[in-house]
Ligand binder design. Sequence first.
Ligand code: PLP
Length: 460
Amino acid sequence: MLPEIRTAIPGPRSRELAGKLAKFEAREVTWLPADFPVFWERAEGTNVWDVDANRFLDFTAAFAVSGLGHSSPVVRDPLLAQAGRLLHAMGDVHPAGVKAELCEALSGVTFERWKAGTGKTILCNSGSEAVEAALKTALLHSGKPGVIYFSGAYHGLGYGALEAGGLPYFREPFRSQLGGWGVPVPYPSCYRCPCGRKEGRRLEGEPFPNCSSACLEEIGAQVLAAIRQREIGCLIVEPIQGRGGEVVPPTDFLAMLRRICDAEKVVLVLDEIYTGFNRTGKLFACEHSAVIPDIICLGKALTGGFPLAACVGRADIMDAWPASQGEALHTSTMLGNPLGCAMALAAISQHAKAETQIQAREAGRRLRAALCGLRSRHIGDVRGAGTMLGVELVKPDGSPFGKLAAAIMVQGLQEGLILLGGGPGGNVLSFSPPFAISDEEVVFLAEKLQRFLETLPGKL
Ligand SMILES: Cc1ncc(COP(=O)(O)O)c(C=O)c1O
């Protein structure tokens, strides 16, 4: 449904709650300027209602979690049924039955589907933890502490995930407590070429420029140099960078990394926490290039709305964990929470259905066409895959126009749109809507964005 705004935005109740957060929540968590945010009361499908009864249209699926739609009965009903039976079990001692079912399902939907043996899982409470479980596994398997990661990468904010993260904003304040085992290399981006080959707009439908092989060669050489110089046991990469600004690498990128990791016996970890579960138009983004990772990290849409994530690895890699002595070497109090497991089981089987995959692809096509139809000298690039799309906003000199992205988020909210900005310069409008987004809703978005692009830059 299209938005319906009844109060000033934020409304009176949202303002009151913002006051509470300003007083009782630590700073640097929730952004609380005068015109942001609204506090959510309920949500359904593509819509969110705030505490002042305003109805919004959500183009973020709340950080790419609700691909199946907000409060989808697909996951809500199993959650409610599970809640009636068992809320909590003893994750690594006397687990809930659904934990075993979920581990089997995760193997089925990944390594078994790829005909690459069995997958074994470590369940976690957040994406950041799933990444850290993967890093620990890689160390146990390889015996080498070094980890190659990419500029612009986002793997979460725990200290392990942060050391493998390539966004300085999050790293810098905590650099003195980071482990120093991470080795950064550039992520290939056509729009802002790390090799300085090309900077400029790539038009819709235009293939990557011929120079793409040069960029892969150069990055491949840097990866190899790092492996020669440091004790590297792991390489972690997002198939498409999410928080880094919806950056799509050339098609051969993952295959190149796979070849290097095979040759050098480095564990290849794919972080599909954002890209997984049909977000990019395939069940997993690695399937676009037929690359099978050693470990895949999953989260977000895995449950459609519960803090549960997973590190799933090929059995022979995961068996680097020693046989249990009775005291779990890796666990947490809430590990394998039955509510999250029940939701994940239902979400996985829904995502595996052809109808979900078709719906996701069609939504992506519609949204992409609408974004490519926007006309503004401030649009530097439109990119992404499936329903994971980004519009990079630039100043006339090509530098990031983060203020414009922020102004569009704020103005969008006034007019009923939930939007997000991302990228290192905060200048990429990032879209990851629920797959059920309709034609009418996409047209509504495009008309609003076109007007914002015409009217807002002059005011900044
Ligand atoms: C690719 C990727 N990895 C890891 C994470 C961290 O997940 P979480 O916020 O659940 O810790 C995110 C979150 O946005 C992500 O996009």
